[in-house]
Write a protein that binds this ligand. Structure first.
Ligand code: CO
Length: 212
């Protein structure tokens, strides 16, 4: 017997459909034809950071990829397929890497524990830690250290996005997509833009990663 919470989803869904139809009888008909979102969101799988909800965007507005700790791993076919499709076919104007404070993945990466399969995934965050070890070691407050690693992880994943050939090619040809690094604060619900210097990162990266 499915739980009440499970059954409730179908009720919620019917109610949501009705609300949308009340506002616009063609809502689903129009949405079913095509999608042309301006944004690609690469975020954490954490249940408390739902892309559409925190951004106030509607279905069709944002293309979403989520995994533990919002990583853009160079050999991950999943995330790179998403980026390529978003850039080359959907022609998104903005790619947002959104991390968050209190990220379980970031926290776990700072523990010296054997987490099985997860060790492999969390190692990418440990690599970020290693790249910024000096700065992080200088922070004595543990909570502040987690927060800073969450931010540095976002910046590093933005760099991984910018490294990709299709992002560089599209940007050189059309001026898009722009890449942004954000951190979501669970305690306030607010998004913080880390204001990464996209053009400066791109210029630096292209000295090494320029393709074509
Ligand atoms: Co997280």
């Amino acid at each position: 017997m499915p739980s009440e919470k499970y059954q409730q989803i179908f009720e919620n869904n019917k109610q949501w459909v009705q609300e949308k139809l009340n506002l616009d009888p063609d809502f689903f008909t129009n949405l079913s034809k095509d999608q042309s979102p301006d944004f690609l969101w690469i975020g954490c799988a954490d249940s408390r950071v739902p892309a559409n909800v925190v951004t106030g965007l509607e279905p069709g507005d944002i293309f979403v990829h989520r995994n533990i700790a919002n990583l853009v791993v160079n050999a991950d076919l999943n995330v790179h397929s998403v980026i390529q499709y978003a850039v080359e076919h959907l022609k998104v104007k903005h790619i947002i890497v959104c991390g968050h404070y209190e990220c379980g993945g970031v926290k776990a990466s700072m523990l010296q524990e054997d987490l099985g399969l997860l060790n492999n995934w969390l190692r990418y965050i440990r690599d970020v830690h290693r790249l910024h070890q000096e700065e992080l070691d200088a922070i004595s407050d543990e909570a502040k250290k987690y927060d800073r690693l969450a931010e540095l992880n976002v910046v590093e994943q933005c760099i991984n996005v910018i490294k990709t050939a299709f992002v560089q090619k599209s940007y050189v040809n059309s001026g898009y997509p722009l890449v942004h690094g954000w951190v979501y604060d669970l305690k306030t619900g607010l998004i913080k833009d880390l204001n990464i210097n996209f053009s400066q990162i791109l210029e630096k990266i292209r000295k090494i990663y320029k393709i074509g």
